[in-house]
Write a protein that binds this ligand. Structure first.
Ligand code: PMP
Length: 398
């Protein structure tokens, strides 16, 4: 009989030659257990998803309650479904007042697709601007604005009229002009290794979009829902985007995303033609109920502030002669080890020692740290000391 691992390799489509391959059987809080009973401390939260930890009791309760009421009833936008209504109300309460309408999706890339369609339809323009090393998803629209050629080239032709410019550089803002429908930006660049922009640049970007009438779409899919120490990463820069995209941490482990905009912008999706942007499962009521519980838990347990408070502790505990710098904000940190060989060795050693970290798509020398925002301090500090030990073992003489 084939093992689960053999079946995984044989029948599940593989995304690379090197899957992490943990045979997971249970997860709770900040830990995952494998089939041999081994415990791993999860320092990546399923890539920024388990912001309230695995199986948060209130999230589980909301899911069970909703399953007992109803699951799918009708395609998105037709029936009044309380979990969707409640989620939209909760999200808009936490966003700047102009961001007052929510379109629910199933995933991050679908939130981006919706935002791009909204911008093209509202402005009547075709140009899109994004940034070097940006990642916005794997569907063809999102892929068209990816800031890395190696990943786009094999899937050409993609959407024409996209321009990729350097992140956090004012000189290139001139490329944003009256042919630009939208500029898509991350407040912390996820796959670039958690790179943060300066406030002056973010504000200049906002001003340039306003000047030429382009919509500013802020992709908070990885950086949102408390991860950076703020509810949303852009708020640190005191700018208000025209559209915000969310997913990942929003559902507490269930698939849900959203793009949020002003009703004036959003209303262009309901006419000419009506039903021009629809989804069957977007905003699934069980996922929406889970998302409501996530937002309530973040608020009740003050988790964004906790991430901001503990960030300096993590930085201090990971200080090491082989660490060139630590990038990022809150619980979204990249540890720069100076080379891909070192980084790979440290990630593998951490895994051997029961700590899950990860690499970045467009930054091969940094290690990803993105723990659940409610990880107990003892576990977090234990994980930091294991990482330090692995860095010492794997960087001397390498
Ligand atoms: N934008 C950002 C910043 C992301 O990190 C991701 C996922 N890594 C996406 C978009 C795409 O989200 P999804 O995988 O849910 O489609």
């Amino acid at each position: 009989m084939l093992t689960q691992r053999q079946l995984f390799l044989r029948h599940l489509a593989q995304t690379s030659d090197a899957p992490l391959g943990i045979e997971a059987v249970r997860a709770e809080g900040s830990c995952i257990w494998d089939a041999s009973g081994r415990r791993y401390i999860d320092l990546i939260s399923g890539i920024g998803v388990s912001n309230v930890g695995h199986r948060h009791p209130e999230v589980c309760r909301a899911i069970h309650e909703q399953v007992d009421r109803y699951m799918h009833l009708m395609v998105y936008g037709e029936y009044i479904q309380y979990p969707q209504v409640q989620l939209a109300a909760r999200l808009t309460q936490r966003l700047p007042p102009s961001l007052n309408q929510v379109y629910l999706t199933n995933s991050g890339t679908e939130a981006i697709e919706g935002a791009l369609k909204l911008a093209k339809k509202y402005t009547g323009r075709g140009g899109l601007v994004s940034f070097r090393n940006a990642y916005h998803g794997s569907t063809q629209g999102a892929l068209s604005i990816m800031g890395h050629d190696r990943y786009r080239q094999p899937f050409a032709p993609l959407i024409p009229g996209n321009r990729v410019i350097p992140y956090n550089h004012s000189d290139s803002l001139g490329y944003i002009d009256t042919s630009t429908a939208a500029v898509v930006v991350e407040s912390v660049q996820g796959e670039a290794g958690y790179q943060t922009p300066c406030t002056a640049w973010f504000q200049a970007l906002r001003a340039r979009c306003t000047e030429v009438g382009a919509l500013l779409i802020c992709d908070e899919i990885q950086s949102g829902i408390g991860r950076t120490g703020d509810w949303f990463g852009f708020s640190k820069h005191h700018v208000v985007p025209d559209v915000v995209t969310l997913a990942k941490g929003l559902g507490g482990g269930l698939p849900i995303g959203a793009f949020v905009a002003n009703e004036h912008h959003m209303s262009c999706l309901k006419e000419d033609p009506a039903l021009g942007h629809i989804t069957t499962f977007g905003g699934n009521p069980v996922c929406a109920a889970a998302a409501c519980a996530v937002l309530d838990a973040l608020e009740a347990e003050q988790l964004p502030a906790r991430a901001a408070q503990l960030e300096p502790e993590i930085r201090q505990r990971l200080e090491h002669p082989s660490v060139l710098r630590i990038t990022g904000r809150g619980f979204m940190l990249g540890v720069d080890l100076g080379s891909n060989a070192r980084c790979r060795a440290v990630i593998a050693d951490c895994l051997q020692n029961g700590v899950i970290t990860d690499w970045f798509l467009f930054n091969e020398q940094s290690l990803r740290i993105a723990p659940p925002l409610n990880i107990p301090e003892e576990l977090l500090f234990e994980a930091c000391s294991i990482i330090r030990g692995c860095i010492t073992r794997n960087t001397q003489g390498v």
